[in-house]
Design a protein around this ligand. Structure first.
Ligand SMILES: Cc1cc2nc3c(=O)[nH]c(=O)nc-3n(C[C@H](O)[C@H](O)[C@H](O)COP(=O)(O)O)c2cc1C
Length: 187
């Protein structure tokens, strides 16, 4: 293992190292309108019920649509969709229909009114589980009530946002299974 020489780093930029999981596209629907936003700030919170917390800023058109409909779909795009992901994050559903603008296919969800995005590798139907932190932090806690995941490829090439326009693309999968205590393999 290598020992690193370190220097001071702005605390406001530590996201560059901690930014969670893949960038996602959040689709929503409210009163006949549908929308999509790009989201990087999300975290898994619990196995069962399956809880995911995320920041959806108040200024985003999606914020009110999701707060009112109490539901959304978290869709996982792959690296070939990078331009679309940035484009969706650069405009507002208040002005345009992003499904039309970005030529994405809305698919009816099983349990909620928000549509799935067919071109994404995975789509998780979410119901708002706890809105107590929305007013204070724009933090929505969702329960994933149904998950749709592509059958191939086995490991998707996802994109991970590092801020300042920089992304990382997921790479080779490496298994350390033999190092795990068996009971830890479920965690
Ligand atoms: C790479 C990237 C990541 C983003 N992550 C978030 C996020 O985690 N939370 C958020 O509120 N907005 C985030 N945004 C900004 C929204 O996607 C953007 O404001 C979007 O236009 C909102 O769309 P809407 O107004 O139609 O809801 C991100 C944008 C980009 C490009």
């Amino acid at each position: 293992m290598r020992a690193y020489t370190k220097k001071d780093f702005p605390v406001s930029q530590i996201r560059r190292f901690l930014e969670p999981g893949p960038i996602v596209l959040v689709s929503s629907a409210w009163k006949g309108e549908r929308n999509i936003m790009t989201m990087g700030w999300h975290t898994v919170m619990e196995f069962t019920p399956s809880l995911v917390g995320c920041i959806i800023a108040e200024g985003n058109h999606s914020h009110d649509m999701i707060r009112r409909s109490k539901a959304c779909v978290i869709n996982v795009p792959t690296s070939d969709m990078a331009r679309t992901v940035v484009g969706i994050g650069n405009c507002s559903g208040a002005d345009i229909d992003k499904f039309e603008e970005f030529k994405l296919t809305a698919v009816k969800a099983a349990l909620i009114s928000a549509p799935l995005i067919k071109e994404c590798y995975a789509s998780f139907e979410c119901k708002l589980a706890d809105a107590r932190l929305v007013r204070r932090y724009n933090y929505f806690i969702f329960e994933v009530v149904k998950a749709h995941v592509a059958t191939a490829p086995k490991v998707p090439r996802t994109i991970h946002y590092r801020g300042d326009g920089a992304f990382m693309v997921s790479g080779r999968e490496v298994s350390f299974r033999p190092l795990f205590r068996p009971e830890m393999l479920n965690t």
